[in-house]
Design a protein around this ligand. Structure first.
Ligand SMILES: NC(=O)c1ccc[n+]([C@@H]2O[C@H](COP(=O)([O-])OP(=O)(O)OC[C@H]3O[C@@H](n4cnc5c(N)ncnc54)[C@H](OP(=O)(O)O)[C@@H]3O)[C@@H](O)[C@H]2O)c1
Length: 238
């Protein structure tokens, strides 16, 4: 199997790369920090191809992504893991726009090109790393909104593939807290170790699941969040 992981330089993406490579996946690994791609490629047991890309530069990222698809000569799976967000309570516009640029525009560009690539190939699998934050709005306004977009876009691609009778699987991964650089600050609970989260993501990928909460207990939180009335929810978020 050949797979590309968009955002493999740290955290969940890096661990997923390690677990997949150990299981024999030939990988394309991407991110902005090319020195981290180099050190990762050195320790991966199976063959790995590197591509430096910044999703804020959509055209540059697409060029690198298409080049990677060509170099790898046939890919079965694309995991779009890259994501960013800000916890700054002042909600600076610059941070909000950066979150939207990466999590919405960059995500859409890769997901769209991957979809068309798999249509032309006849089959494939797209996995997006969304978040429990997709379920409702939150104080990190652009982050929750962007993850709601990610989950909705993935469901849209699944509908598109079904309507067009294409053999393309879509998986929406919604992690709760995972112990990475991103999960910092107050109010963190049920924080999953990165290897455990990556292992559950890989299992979901292998079973071509549609929507998966990681770890599994976060499904309960999602149900609870969906049921809470607005006033109660806002107090909880405060
Ligand atoms: N940790 C959690 O609690 C948690 C919970 C729910 C969802 N998630 C989601 O899980 C995914 C992975 O996050 P993580 O927790 O593993 O954090 P992380 O260690 O900070 O990883 C983020 C990844 O995204 C890449 N990335 C960030 N900005 C990028 C850009 N402009 N262009 C290209 N790649 C970029 C980073 O690579 P470079 O910096 O090298 O570019 C890195 O590989 C994210 O989508 C995040 O939203 C995390």
């Amino acid at each position: 199997m050949k797979a590309i992981i968009i955002g493999a330089t740290s955290g969940i993406g890096r661990e997923l790369a390690q677990q997949m490579s150990t299981q024999g996946y030939e990988l394309g690994i991407t991110g902005r920090r090319s020195h981290l791609l180099d050190t990762l490629a050195e320790v991966l047991p199976a063959k790995a191809y590197k591509a430096t890309m910044d999703l804020e530069d959509v055209q540059g990222a697409l060029k690198a992504f298409k080049q990677l698809l060509e170099t790898m000569d046939g890919v079965d799976l694309v995991v779009i893991n890259s994501g960013t967000g800000s916890n700054d309570p002042k909600l600076p516009l610059e941070d909000e726009l950066s979150t939207v640029a990466v999590n919405v525009l960059g995500f859409t560009a890769i997901a769209n090109v991957a979809y068309h690539y798999f249509v032309s190939k006849g089959h494939g699998h797209i996995v997006g790393i969304s978040s429990i934050a997709a379920v409702r709005g939150g104080p990190a306004a652009s982050y929750n909104a962007s993850k709601a977009y990610v989950s909705s876009y993935l469901e849209g691609l699944a509908c598109r593939a079904h309507v067009d009778a294409k053999d393309i699987s879509i998986t929406d991964i919604r992690p709760g807290f995972v112990d990475t650089a991103m999960a910092k600050g107050e109010g963190i609970f049920w924080c999953a170790p990165v290897p455990k989260a990556a292992q559950q993501i890989l299992t979901a990928i292998k079973h071509k699941r549609s929507v998966v909460y990681v770890t599994k207990r976060w499904r309960l939180i999602a149900i609870l969040l969906e049921c809470l009335p607005g006033g109660v929810y806002r107090k909880l978020m405060g």
